[in-house]
Write a protein that binds this ligand. Structure first.
Ligand code: 2RA
Length: 329
């Protein structure tokens, strides 16, 4: 398999390369793609070195699969060009996620929708992926009426500039700001840009992408997305109202048996998911599972995952693996 990684020098791009190597992806040639200023740089992959090329060059090299993590504008302009050259694109930006003509895929949930005709496939937003991994096994049995989610998002979701801002604030250095305010000793109720309805784009991604991935517009989601000075992963406090009642023991069993979920839930032993534990791992960790006694058929839980791995790179690589396993590329 000839694989292009578009945005290879970025934070998610680097994790994509790491995950491809870790999973022994059946790759015969790697095409690292980045902006003009990185063209010519060498990228080490396994025992070999590959040279970074421009988007124009990469299209002509006709990769079988292109993993994109280069922002929405680049994807809108270049994903169709790669697809036209016969490459199947798996895109990590928001560009194609809500397009009716494009699939929005979490392999454990809806990879079965994929076909040979899908030449640009959308990777959901990181906070959506970890939420849906926990919602899907419960929705199938109890039917979800409404979800209220508060996210506590890692600064790595913003990128290198945000990590640098926090390090500068730790050390008292002046530097470029990724956020309108300091992030050290702070919490910003502001992920992505505000929209006219008072919600941020990040919050609306949770509302809209959930409906598309579950294939059920009746599932209502309201979200508050918060940025906190953490690097290991995103955390989410989730309140779910179901159509049917449940037993906590059965909820735990359904979650434990769902591929890609690890239940960490024993308050007596101080066992619950945390970003410092989830960092570098691919599973979605679920804990603090408990009934909401203030409302019938309603459950609270806490979900943590490494937003750069299952939230982005690993999910994209798993889609690529599915395509190969099912001869769709
Ligand atoms: C964030 N989910 O965390 C967005 C983009 N990765 O900022």
């Amino acid at each position: 398999m000839k694989v292009a990684v578009v945005g290879a020098t970025g934070m998610v791009g680097n994790v994509m390369l790491k995950v491809l190597e870790e999973r022994n992806f059946p790759l015969t040639e790697l095409i690292p793609v980045a902006s003009q200023r990185s063209v010519g740089k060498k990228i080490k992959f396994g025992t070999k070195e590959f040279e970074v090329v421009s988007l124009e060059t990469a299209v002509s090299m006709k990769a079988d699969i292109a993993l994109f993590s280069a922002g929405g504008d680049t994807s809108l302009e270049w994903a169709p060009k790669f697809a036209e050259a016969g490459t199947t694109v798996i895109d990590n930006s928001s560009a194609w996620r809500m397009s009716p003509a494009h699939k929005l895929v979490i392999p454990e949930i809806n990879a079965n929708l994929l076909s040979k005709e899908d030449k640009v496939i959308a990777n959901p937003n990181c906070s959506t992926i970890q939420l849906l991994m926990a919602l899907k096994p419960l929705h199938d049995v109890y039917g979800i009426r409404r979800v209220v989610v508060s996210t506590y998002q890692s600064i790595t979701g913003t990128g290198v500039k945000a990590v640098q801002q926090l390090e500068n604030e730790y050390s008292g250095e002046k530097g470029e700001m990724a956020y309108p305010y300091p992030i050290h000793k702070n919490a910003l109720p502001h992920c992505d840009v505000f929209q006219e309805n008072g919600y941020t784009k990040e919050e609306m991604k949770l509302t809209n992408e959930t409906k598309k991935i579950l294939g059920d517009d009746s599932v209502n989601v309201t979200a508050t997305a918060i940025r906190i000075p953490v690097v290991g992963g995103h955390s989410e406090a989730v309140n779910i109202e179901f159509h049917k009642d449940f037993e906590i023991s059965e909820v735990r069993k359904l979650l434990s048996e769902f591929p890609g979920i690890t239940v960490q839930d024993n308050p007596e032993l101080n066992t619950y998911p945390m970003p410092i534990y989830a960092e570098g791992k691919d599973d979605v960790f679920v804990g603090r599972i408990r009934r909401d006694y203030s409302n019938p058929n309603t459950l609270n839980m806490w979900i943590v995952a490494d937003n750069l791995r299952k939230g982005a790179a690993t999910n994209a690589v798993q889609i690529a693996e599915y395509l190969i396993e099912h001869s769709l590329v």
